[in-house]
Design a protein around this ligand. Structure first.
Ligand SMILES: [Ca+2]
Length: 273
């Protein structure tokens, strides 16, 4: 630029540097994944929970360490492990390892009695996402109830049977993601991943025009019980371990499928490193 004096060149460089600095400031850093809650159950008690029902610490089967949590899928011992979130959260990821023993039975068709396997739930005691196996079915359902928000009730089956296809008797890594819609939009999303693979999702207006968001997570709920129905056995436990609740996807440790143990023989502990 021969027409510029040295002073003008210096000024131009300063302007370019200032523009670069402005551009650099405008690049937002990637938001860190905030973990709201995690539990490997190695306190071997329920001291982390705001409310507990019939859940039991188990010392014979665990994905990590010495302990896990079990709850009877029998329609009697309804459970809850309630965690209060910090404030209201419109988006949650839930990662857990679950195990259904080789003799586990899914809910029978109860002829009108409401019995189902309720796995976990996000809620604010109005809206709720209930991750469950409904009575009389053998597949997981993503049930979002809009409460008083005016949103849509959605309850698609994922077609995923938790004890079919060699899943019985081994630890599975399950992740559930819920993102409530922007008020007035239909961009809400619920997704379910098993061992890293997307197996079901639903989108829509989950909360209508409302800004209502989740304030509670029920880590191991099984709250659909209303009396045992033969031949659903009284001794019918499912297990959970290594729970993480966060703003972003946590994922599963690598080779989780390869590291899973065989079906548990009675009386022996399972301890996957
Ligand atoms: Ca553990």
């Amino acid at each position: 630029m021969p027409f510029l004096t040295r002073r003008r060149k210096k000024g131009l460089v300063s302007v370019l540097l200032a523009l670069f600095a402005l551009t650099a400031v405008e690049i937002e850093p990637t938001a860190a994944n905030t973990i709201f809650f995690e539990d490997d159950f190695e306190t071997c008690n329920y001291s982390k929970y705001a409310d507990v029902a019939f859940n039991q610490i188990d010392r014979t089967i665990s994905h990590s360490g010495q302990c896990s949590s079990k709850i009877g899928g029998n329609g009697i011992d309804f459970g809850k492990l309630i965690v209060r979130l910090p404030g209201s959260q419109a988006e949650l990821w839930f990662r857990a390892f679950v195990l259904f023993p080789s003799n586990f039975q899914l809910p029978v068709n109860s002829g009108g009695v409401h019995v189902g396997i309720h796995l976990w739930r996000f809620s604010n005691l109005d809206i709720q996402l209930d991750f469950n196996v409904p009575a009389g079915t053998d597949t997981i359902q993503l049930f979002h109830w809009p409460g008083s928000t005016g949103g849509e009730a959605v309850a698609p089956s994922t077609g995923f049977n938790p004890i079919a296809g060699g899943r019985r008797g081994r630890w599975q890594c399950w992740e559930v993601h819920s993102r409530l819609n922007q008020p007035g939009q239909k961009d809400g999303l619920v997704e379910f991943f098993a061992d890293g693979n997307l197996v079901g999702s639903v989108s829509g207006s989950l909360r209508g025009n409302s800004t209502a968001s989740y304030t509670l997570v029920d880590v191991q709920s099984n709250i659909g019980g209303a009396g045992a129905v033969p031949p659903w056995p009284r001794d019918n436990w499912w297990y959970i371990d290594d729970v993480v609740v966060s703003t972003g996807r946590v994922g599963c440790p690598p080779n989780v499928t390869d590291n899973t143990p065989p079906n548990p023989p009675g009386g022996l502990r399972i301890n996957v490193p």
